[in-house]
Design a protein. Structure first.
Lengths: 234, 337
């Protein structure tokens, strides 16, 4: 039984289902990556795990509890953090205010957590008084991840964290994500840059049209000739 | 030199002080409109009537206080009655939200539907107000009328022109400055204020951060009711309270909010003064100023006025149209309507 598990999830936004018996899971301290072609339902699977998509069938288990019926904001309180793909920072608010808002549900002192985020992303400390909307794409992603970390989530879900950033920034972001996983946080992310993402993944899920097509360790998927040919460009 | 000082006094008396007063009233009104737009995401056409309602309650309480002989000379008694006016208006906005707006919010209705609903609320409130207090002019000002009289100023300085400062003008400007300062402190330095800004900035992310939308909406209505009551009462003190006037105030108030950038509080304040001064500068008769500053032999036949005072309301309308065509986000980059 995984620490976080979306089990046999079936559902969609309207009448037609997007996900079909799709299962996704991740362990504490591990990185799980969802890859697949455009329209495979990667982001949808992620949203389903987080409760942003009504499920017709299947369930979501987190830390031994069934959380299928919980709203996204209730899952945040339980210890799940989510970084959306777009609109993931408060653009008109400063970096520091973004982090404060991330910790909104907490009633204890948050200065330690802010310092921790600044240790992880030193550039944010420099820019802490600047509105997040004025930062570069990579820095914004750091703010977005930092905001989600403020609640000390046990699982962090990232929807394409490297979308639209340069390869150098992408490598750096992946390094940071590995660091976060070392803090015993479970990380589940959707990635377009499949090859690089699978390199750091403990577990990989290849989705095609809402079905689980391949599920294996990142290494094994990278070595699988079928996966290489169809999804990783040879 | 004397001529120059006379011209300056003239402008101060008829342009600058009235402009600051009127601008402060518009700024407070626009701040309420902008808060509703920023947080609840619709143009609240009921805001003018909310101001009238708050002013009405304040007037009723003022009369009550006056009848039992309570006063705070030299300040107007209405200032004492404002907290009650705010409390009742808060109750009204919360009830309206519970029974009118919430239904549409839960259905995620289009902003246009909200706008039309708010027009309905406007007519309802207008009727309610006229039903309670009648359509006529109500005078509720008491206390000292002038802080500085024109005659005293003339004696003091020896100038031909007088500068007067009415109590209502001073009260309006001072109150507006205090309220605006308190408002910005609240929005920028308190957890609740920040959560309102966060909700206004990005509703989904605010939800993901655990910010309770119901609470944000409630606090917004409380602030809006307070701002509306204060703005309405100050306007009524300065001019006089007449229910229909508040409906006409809606245009300059919306113009202020949009010129400054709707959804942006700083913009609403700046917009209020921009609209107020534009109205006054364009409709002011400069004849005497020209006489003071021009050569002695000069004769001036006309009033030297850009626009007749009848066109006052047209000024805000024209500015509104120009801003919407040239820079729809307003001076301080608010949201586009």
């Amino acid at each position: 039984m995984s620490f976080l598990l979306g089990e046999q999830m079936t559902g969609g936004y309207g009448a037609a289902d997007i996900l079909h018996d799709c299962s996704i899971g991740v362990e504490k301290g591990e990185i799980a990556v969802i890859v697949g072609p455009n329209g495979a339902g990667k982001s949808t699977a992620m949203k389903a795990v987080f409760g942003m998509l009504p499920l017709r069938k299947g369930r979501v288990l987190f830390d031994g509890d069934d959380v299928t019926q919980l709203k996204p904001e209730e899952r945040v309180v339980k210890g799940m953090g989510f970084v959306p793909q777009t609109h993931n920072v408060f653009t008109s608010m400063t970096v520091e205010e973004n982090l404060e808002m991330g910790a909104f549900i907490r009633t204890d002192s948050i200065s330690d957590s802010i310092a921790q985020v600044y240790d992880l992303f030193p550039i944010l400390k420099e820019k802490r008084k600047q509105p997040a909307g004025e930062l570069s794409g990579g820095q914004r992603q750091q703010v977005a991840v930092g905001r989600a970390l403020m609640t000390h989530p046990k699982v962090l879900m990232l929807d394409e964290p490297t979308a639209g950033v340069s390869p150098i920034v992408m490598d750096e972001l992946f390094d940071r994500i590995i660091e976060i996983a070392r803090l015993d946080v479970a990380i589940l992310m959707v990635e377009q840059n499949a090859k690089q993402a699978l390199e750091i993944a403990d577990k990989g899920y290849v989705l095609v049209q809402g079905h689980n097509r391949f599920t294996d360790t990142g290494e094994a998927l990278l070595a699988n000739p079928e996966v290489r040919k169809a999804f990783l460009g040879g | 030199m004397t001529d120059f000082l006379n011209a300056l006094t003239l402008l101060g008396n008829f342009l600058i002080i009235p402009g600051l007063t009127y601008g402060s009233q518009l700024a407070l009104g626009a701040l309420g409109v902008t808060l509703v737009y920023g947080v609840l995401r619709f143009s609240n056409f009921g805001h003018g009537e909310t101001m009238a309602f708050g002013a009405m309650v304040t007037i009723l309480v003022t009369w009550g206080l006056q009848s039992v002989g309570i006063s705070i000379q030299p300040l107007p008694t209405a200032l004492l009655a404002i907290p009650v006016g705010i409390a009742v208006t808060v109750l009204l906005t919360l009830l309206l939200d519970r029974f009118v707006y919430r239904y549409h919010r839960e259905r995620k209705a289009n902003p246009v539907i909200f706008l039309i609903v708010s027009i309905g609320v406007m007519f309802f409130l207008g009727g309610l107000i006229r039903f309670i207090i009648g359509p006529g002019d109500q005078i509720f000002f008491d206390g000292t009328r002038f802080i500085l009289k024109a005659r005293e100023f003339k004696q003091l300085t020896g100038l031909d022109e007088g500068l007067s400062l009415k109590m209502t003008q001073a009260v309006t400007i001072v109150t507006a400055v205090m309220i605006v300062a308190a408002m910005f402190w609240f929005l920028n330095h308190t957890r609740t204020g920040k959560s309102m800004r966060a909700y206004s900035d990005n509703e989904n992310l605010a939800l993901l951060s655990g910010i309770n939308p119901d609470r944000v909406v409630m606090i917004t209505w409380i602030l809006v009711a307070a701002l509306a009551t204060i703005a309405g009462t100050l306007y009524g003190l300065d001019k006089s309270f007449k229910p229909f006037v508040y409906m006409q105030l809606l245009l300059p108030i919306f113009a202020s909010a949009i010129v400054g950038g709707v959804g942006n509080p700083i913009g609403a304040i700046a917009g209020g003064y921009v609209i107020a001064f534009s109205e006054l500068i364009l409709t002011f008769a400069y004849k005497k100023v020209v006489l003071y500053l021009g050569p002695e032999s000069m004769e001036v036949e006309s009033l030297v006025q850009f626009l007749g005072t009848d066109y006052k309301i047209a000024v805000s309308f024209i500015i509104l149209v120009i801003v919407l065509i040239i820079k729809p986000t307003g001076l301080f980059s608010g949201k586009t309507i």
